[in-house]
Structures are given as structure tokens and as C-alpha cells.
Design a protein around this ligand. Structure first.
Ligand code: GLN
Length: 586
């Protein structure tokens, strides 16, 4: 019997076959190709940026791409991870809570992803154990090999079928040699064996050291890292050398010889001033063409599409450094002021606006635990716009309320995101509606006026139990409102959500009577999703229960962030007209 026949008899365990390869139905062997990206030497080399940039080049050529990140931790998703340790929790449209790298993939590929694009050891083991309890392994002892690695292969092939991908880009989390990712590597090795010639390729992302004391590049760590990969039976096809400076010929030669990889496939991937330059640097180096050759994909290329997409991307890239004299100062209040990764998507959304409006945005981080009524004006002096981002827990909330009050009373442009939306409601209730006891039950479970609360009956209607409201949801916009104008008068938009608390509907009439406008609502439930003040009283005071930063893309910046930035530009011109004689922005 041929290997192919054996592979076809999947799940049929009675014959004691050593081949265990459950296949999803509809799988087209030979059609779906795989690029597997592994890191050696150390983590933090930008595997996600590399992998998404390479996937973008292939996508630009008209091929369908599907990325997947395989995490080594045992958590089933990233929802419980502390942003201090692991960066922000990124939420996908289907509600999956993932690592911040998925945000990089969505932004660079301009593509919505879902649970199939993300896995963890926890997910893989959970599904193996579930199958075992359901009697899925027919009397066999369940083993890491073949069953756990079989589950990984199944996950990759399911993604290929679901996405109809020409190329699946697999990012193996961690570094070769970690215990955590060892069965992922074994699964990828087996996948390459089973799929056959020209279907699976491996990229080793490695690091070339340049110790200051020596003043020259050293290849040994890279060689040893790649050796570890070869020890587990994986021969890399392409080696991408991360380094501070361009990797010299001699070092590339050493790596090439040592790793059996021809020189034309050993690339320098030295630091760039911006991640948006990475796709083009890979293209100039020719990695995309090597992928087409190794995976026999030249026939699937749409040259005209590639030209169009490159022109669109270059438009953005050419504008990433706005003129120095056009600057606005935007403050972000945040608990994780020392951990920028905790706000990765907000930083990106701000960057997108900076490019589209041709203005430098100077972000200032404000620790609101240090803010009170006596120092807020001093602390916000010189600020042209303020963002209160999402967050959990009561630390610093009173300082946030002081910032919001200051912004509202001084016509300082304000954007409240999720917690920042809730805090704006609390501030309005306290200081405009004269309800000093207004608060959220998240911070004060027995507060006298719980304008922000958990409303289990609404959750039940949505079928989400008492848990977080997660993922993409429709928002109905009030015709004629500022947010509706920002979204080109759309009646309905879709944004990402991740929250547990919301505005208690019984306070809505009172808040509205006092001038707060709820300009975005759930289409059928009384869930408030956007608020604003009339432009008669404030140039830009907007809040949203959603996370608009998660759907901001380089070529499609978030309209809410654009609105804030435009208002900040105007504010800066009014408060300091001499600083910028020319009008900034569009
Ligand atoms: N802590 C608030 C809630 O659970 C806000 C959440 C957030 O900002 N993501 O509703």
C-alpha cells in the first residue's frame, strides 16, 4: 500500500497503523501550501511582522492567504493574560481573544481573522482530551505522537479548507528548543512529509549578533539555533537573519554553508525605521519570489493586482514621516503607562491618522493615579486631545473623571474608549445631572446611582450568559449625529467589543434630557455603544463602548481616531495659532 493510501485511511485505528492523519472534508492536497515560520536564538525578533509582511506580498499577487499563530502556553485563549506581561488582548470578530500579534496580521493583511487563525497548547490539548472522553481514539493509548501532533495538523488543514487558502502562513510561537512548542514543530515536520514535495516550506528567523566590544557580526548563535531546528528533522528552506545592521556577505556565507541553504535564500533582515517598510524590504530581497518557486505558485500570480496593491501600499509608506513642524499633543490616560504593548492597537490607530492627516502626533502618557482636581489643568496644559482607553478595575478612575471633566468644560477634544466611554457617562451624571453618587458597580458594588452596571437580563437576550460581551457587533448610528458623519452617514457599522459592564437603560432619559447624546446603539437591544455632545457645546466629545482601535488599518484608519485628530489639530491652531501657520491635515 502506498503512503498516500495509508494517509487516506484516517481515523481508522483498528488496523494499528502508525499513520494518524485526520483530514477535514474538502481538503485539497497539493492545492493548499504552507509557509512555516520558526524563530531561533531568541524571541522578540518580530516573527509576526515578518510573517504578516511576507503573507502580504503573496496576498498582493492575488493569492488567498491565511495566517495562524500557534502559541505555546496552556491558556485556551489570551483573555486571562495580563497586558503587563503579554501586551494587549486583541479581540477578533468572532469573539476570540488572542495575542496582540493577530492585530498585526489583521492590519498588514487588511483582513478579518477568526478563531481558526489562532491556537494554543491549551486548545490543542483540550480538544484531544475531549475526543478521548468521547471515545474518539477507539481503544488506543492516547499519545503526544501521533494524537496531539495529529490534532495540530488537523487544525492547520481545517484552516486551509475554511479559508480556501492558497498559502497558510504558520507562525510557531517561541523559539526552537522550547519545550512548549516542540510538538508544534513535530507536527509541521510531519505535515511537510505528508504533503510532499513543493507543498510546505520552512523559514528560520534567526539573529546575527554584533557585540559592541567586537564591532563585528558573529554568526555562531545563528548557526547553533538553526542546528537545533535540524536536530528535530526540519531543514529550513529560507533563512532570514535579523540584525541591527545589514548582514555581511561572510556571515551569510557561513550560515548558508552550515545550514545547507543556498546563498540566494539567506537574507539580511536588518532593522527598519518602520514596520511598514518590511514588506518592501522582503520584496527587494526577493523572498516572495523564492516562496513562489519553492511552493510552485508562479502560475497563480495576478501581476496587475500586485501592481495596484503595491501602489496603494507605497502611498501610505511614503507618508509615514510627516513634516516636523506639524505636531499635535495627544494625551492617553492609562493604568499601564509603562507598558506600551498594552495599548498596541491604539498606538497603531494613532499612527494611521498621523499618516493620513500629515501630522506628527506626540503622545503623552498620563498616570491618572496622580491626578486630582488641583493639578488636572496643569497636567493637561499644552494637550490638544485626550484619549481615555479601555481598562479594568478602579485604580486611577477618579483621576480619569477629572481629566474628562476638564476636557468637557474646556472644549478639549475627547475620545473615550470602552472604559473611557463608561467614565464619560459617570462624569456627566455626577457633574451635569447632579448625581454625585454616580458610579459603576465595577468600582463600587453598592453605589447609590449605578449608571454603569452589569445587566444580566440583557446578556441573556443576547445569549452570552453573564460573561464578557466579545467580538464584532453592529452599531446603529443616529442619523445626523457627529459619529454618523464621521462614518460617511452610514446607518449601521460594525466594531469590536470586549466589556462586561454597560449603561443602565433606566438612566438614559435623564442623561439625554441633560444633553448627552447616545448616537450609537445596539440595533435591537437597549445597549448604548456611542455617545457624543452636541457640536454647539463641544467641538469633539465622543465615547464608544467598542474598541475602534482594533479595526483601524493602515489604508482604512478609524473614523473616530481621525475625528479626534482633526479636532486636536484645530484645537492646537486655536490655542497656539503661531505654532503652525499652514493649516495641518486635509
Ligand atoms: N471594565 C469595563 C467593563 O468590563 C471596561 C472594559 C474595557 O475597557 N475593555 O465593561
Amino acid at each position: 500500500m502506498s503512503t498516500t493510501d495509508l494517509l487516506g485511511r484516517l481515523g481508522n485505528q483498528q488496523d494499528e497503523s502508525e499513520f494518524y492523519t485526520p483530514m477535514p472534508s474538502g481538503y485539497r492536497r497539493g492545492y493548499h501550501k504552507y509557509v512555516i515560520v520558526v524563530g531561533t536564538v531568541m524571541s522578540g525578533l518580530g516573527k509576526g511582522i515578518f510573517s504578516s509582511s511576507l503573507a502580504k506580498l503573496i496576498q498582493d499577487k492575488g493569492l488567498r492567504v491565511a495566517p495562524i499563530k500557534m502559541e505555546g502556553y496552556l491558556n485556551v485563549d489570551s483573555g486571562t493574560l495580563n497586558p503587563f506581561r503579554h501586551g494587549e488582548v486583541f479581540v477578533l470578530d468572532d469573539g476570540m481573544e488572542t495575542d496582540m500579534d493577530l492585530g498585526t496580521y489583521e492590519r498588514i493583511l487588511d483582513q478579518d481573522l477568526g478563531a481558526a487563525n489562532f491556537t494554543t497548547n491549551g486548545q490543542i490539548l483540550t480538544s484531544v482530551l475531549k475526543k478521548e472522553r468521547e471515545g474518539g481514539y477507539l481503544g488506543r493509548d492516547v499519545q503526544v505522537i501521533p494524537h496531539v501532533v495529529g490534532e495540530v495538523k488537523l487544525k492547520l488543514r481545517e484552516l486551509a479548507v475554511k479559508s480556501q487558502a492558497d498559502v497558510v502562513f504558520v507562525e510557531v510561537g517561541g523559539t526552537v528548543g522550547d519545550y512548549e512548542n516542540s510538538f508544534y514543530l513535530e507536527a509541521c515536520r510531519q505535515l511537510a512529509y505528508e504533503e510532499g514535495e513543493g507543498a510546505v516550506m520552512f523559514v528560520a528567523l534567526t539573529y546575527v549578533l554584533e557585540p559592541g566590544t567586537l564591532g563585528e557580526q558573529k554568526s555562531k548563535a545563528a548557526q547553533l539555533g538553526i542546528k537545533r531546528l535540524m536536530e528535530v528533522g526540519i531543514q529550513p528552506n529560507v533563512i532570514a537573519c535579523r540584525a541591527t545592521n545589514p548582514v555581511n556577505e561572510k556571515v551569510r556565507q557561513k550560515i548558508s554553508m552550515y545550514a545547507n541553504v543556498p546563498m540566494r535564500r539567506v537574507f539580511s533582515m536588518h532593522d527598519q525605521t518602520s514596520i511598514y517598510l518590511v514588506p518592501d524590504s522582503l520584496r527587494v530581497a526577493g523572498i516572495d519570489r523564492e516562496v513562489l518557486t519553492l511552493l510552485d505558485l508562479h502560475d497563480r500570480v495576478d501581476q496587475a493586482k500586485e501592481d495596484r496593491e503595491r501602489a496603494r501600499w507605497n502611498w501610505f509608506v511614503e507618508r509615514i514621516q510627516p513634516p516636523k513642524d506639524k505636531t499635535v499633543n495627544i494625551a492617553i490616560t492609562g493604568k499601564y503607562v509603562s507598558t506600551r504593548d498594552a495599548y498596541a492597537s491604539i498606538l497603531k490607530a494613532v499612527e494611521h491618522c498621523s499618516v493620513h492627516l500629515g501630522v506628527n502626533i506626540n503622545l503623552q502618557w498620563i498616570d491618572t493615579t496622580l491626578i486630582d482636581r488641583s493639578n488636572v489643568a496643569k497636567r493637561l496644559a499644552g494637550i490638544h486631545g485626550i484619549i481615555v482607553p479601555g481598562g479594568f478595575g478602579s485604580r486611577g478612575t477618579e483621576g480619569k473623571i477629572e481629566c474628562i471633566k476638564y476636557a468637557r468644560e474646556n472644549r478639549l477634544p475627547y475620545l473615550g474608549i470602552c472604559l473611557g466611554f463608561q467614565m464619560a457617562v459617570i462624569e456627566y451624571a455626577r457633574n451635569v445631572c447632579n448625581m454625585p453618587g454616580a458610579n459603576s458597580t465595577e468600582f463600587e458594588p453598592r453605589c447609590p446611582a449605578a449608571v454603569i452596571d452589569i445587566l444580566p437580563e440583557q446578556k441573556a437576550i443576547e445569549g452570552l450568559g453573564g460573561n464578557m460581551r466579545l467580538g464584532g457587533k453592529d452599531v446603529e448610528l443616529k442619523p445626523g449625529s457627529m459619529v454618523s458623519r464621521l462614518f460617511d452617514n452610514a446607518a449601521r457599522i460594525r466594531l469590536r467589543f470586549r466589556h462586561r459592564y454597560e449603561v443602565d437603560p433606566k438612566f438614559i432619559p435623564m442623561l439625554e434630557q441633560h444633553g448627552l447624546i447616545f448616537s450609537g446603539k445596539h440595533p435591537t437591544q437597549p445597549i448604548m455603544q456611542m455617545l457624543e455632545l452636541s457640536t454647539d457645546v463641544h467641538p469633539f466629545f465622543v465615547g464608544t463602548q467598542a474598541h475602534p482601535e482594533m479595526t483601524s488599518r493602515p489604508l482604512h484608519p478609524s473614523p473616530l481616531f481621525m475625528g479626534l485628530t482633526r479636532a486636536a489639530i484645530e484645537f492646537s491652531q486655536k490655542t497656539n495659532p503661531s505654532s503652525s501657520k499652514e493649516p495641518v491635515g486635509q
